[in-house]
Write a protein of this length. Structure first.
Lengths: 377, 100
């Protein structure tokens, strides 16, 4: 463990204890940094406890090829990441990469999807990856339970999933073992850049650190301007339904339906722009359940045991922001809506760079400056 | 283990059903869970993840520990279904099958 650097008790304070903050804190501590992770309490807005747990590649990055490449890298590193976590903590986050499907209910949708995948791969700087557009009969060989309305779909062998609740728990266990000082009930009120370090006023007292990483999800929008950064994120609500545990029958994840390692079937993928409202809307739950039954009619026999709504952390273009402050060097922001998929990157690639002191040119496309469009003349 | 009160033993008419294919007897009005207990079946399933044994507990629809397969449908709450003549009740080993 290194000595705390100038300006604080800690080398680095990570603000946010969800999947992004935990993965970064884990990677920073593994890189030898003395880390504090400042978190809110049990009732925080916490997408890490409400997500769908896909480690997903196909279709991501149309409009930013660097994001497609970043996503593919995390997918490629995920298996090794899961191994490291298991060796360290003894916990298995149930990562599987059987390849994933995006089933389609009309020929028009399927054609549009095929076009999207082609446009994605035609981008300059795109790192290609394998995928297939399948007709109904080909799809049915892989997913025998599809309903009569399914006309085909796309398949990508890189897609997978995990147990994301266990991932959060495993990361928290792991950072504890690495000596990270986890501070719940330390909501950060203000951050002051002083003497080359950072001073955080929190609900649990003052914390000082040489560097600060904003990984606070929705709250990064409030915190970023305090250190000369910008994180224009908004909440986008999604509903999830989970059924009773069932013997394994669905051997590949899909965007809409997946069967967990413990047997429950998760149904999801709704999108609502309703602010910070996590109230469950029965009409939306009903709509996603009906769609899921069109994909897999035998789901209609299963009992629902839980349903909820959670809030994605979305930037205006949906791509992540990774940036170091120009005016307060040592302050970083990391925000994305794919805290599960990108966990391997955050832990194994991004955290060591922050520990070493800077992100480098590779991350220039992820700067929030892309949203600061000059006023038209 | 469980015994009926003497006045109940003879009050209602007998209903014949099966437990895992074996002939069994209940009283009209019994829930499946009560009938299982009366027939000495105290563990009606194993849990889906750890495989621990479970049996009827709350008898009022809350605990979901008495899940059994009834007439081919898995994960039915035994305490919420009345025994019917000829009913096939089956203990359940782990997760239900999606097709039954």
């Amino acid at each position: 463990m290194t000595q705390p650097s100038r300006g604080g008790e800690y080398d680095v304070a990570v603000i946010g204890g969800g999947l992004v903050g935990s993965a970064l804190a884990w990677g920073l501590a593994r890189s030898g940094q003395k880390v504090a992770m400042l978190d809110e309490g049990d009732i925080a807005v916490r997408p890490s406890r409400g997500n769908f747990a896909l480690v997903w590649v196909q279709g991501k990055g149309l409009g930013m090829a660097e994001y497609a490449g970043w996503t593919k890298q995390s997918s490629d590193d995920w298996s090794g990441f899961a191994d490291l976590l298991r060796e360290q903590t003894g916990l298995d986050v149930a990562y599987r990469r059987p390849g994933g499907f995006m089933p389609m209910l009309s020929e028009e949708e399927l054609q549009a999807r095929a076009n999207t995948m082609m446009r994605l791969h035609n981008q300059p700087d795109m790192i290609p990856y394998p995928y297939e557009v399948m007709d109904r009969e080909t799809l049915r060989k892989e997913l025998p339970f599809i309903g009569p309305d399914v006309v085909g779909g796309t398949y990508c062998p890189l897609d997978g999933h995990c147990n994301s609740l266990r991932l959060l728990r495993t990361l928290h266990k792991g950072i504890g073992m690495l000596g990270v000082d986890y501070r719940p009930n330390h909501r950060v009120e203000s951050i002051e850049h002083r003497d080359g370090g950072f001073r955080m006023t929190t609900a649990g007292g003052e914390i000082r650190a040489g560097k600060v990483v904003l990984a606070a999800g929705h709250d990064s929008a409030r915190l970023a301007p305090m250190v000369g950064l910008s994180a224009p994120v908004r909440p986008q609500r999604g509903h999830v339904i989970v059924t009773e545990k069932t013997a394994p029958f669905l051997h590949h994840p899909t965007v809409y339906v997946r069967q967990t390692d413990e047997g429950g079937v998760m149904i999801g993928d709704s999108f609502e722009e309703t602010g910070f409202d996590t109230t469950l809307q029965p009409g939306i739950s009903s709509a996603i359940a009906q769609r899921a039954i069109r994909f897999f009619p035998l789901l209609g026999k299963l009992n629902v045991v839980r349903s909820w709504a959670a809030l994605r952390v979305l930037t205006p273009d949906g791509f992540p922001i990774y940036e170091e402050s120009k005016t307060a060097p040592g302050a970083f922001v990391a925000t994305c809506h794919s805290g599960v998929t990108l966990a391997a990157n955050h832990a194994l690639t991004l955290a060591p760079l922050i520990a070493a002191g800077g992100l480098g040119d590779r991350f220039a496309p992820f700067s929030a400056r892309r949203f600061h469009v000059p006023q038209a003349a | 283990m469980f015994r009926r009160l003497p006045e109940i033993e003879t009050a209602a008419e007998k209903v014949s059903f099966t437990i895992d294919g074996r002939p069994a007897s209940a009283r009209a009005g019994d829930s499946v869970a009560a009938a299982l207990l009366a027939n000495g079946v105290t563990a009606c399933r194993n849990t889906p993840v750890s495989g621990a044994a479970r049996g009827p507990y709350c008898m009022m629809g809350v605990c979901f520990d008495c899940l059994v397969t009834i007439d081919g449908t898995g994960n039915r709450q035994g305490c919420q279904v009345r025994v019917a003549p000829g009913m096939a009740a089956e203990t359940q080993n782990g997760k239900r099958e999606v097709e039954r």
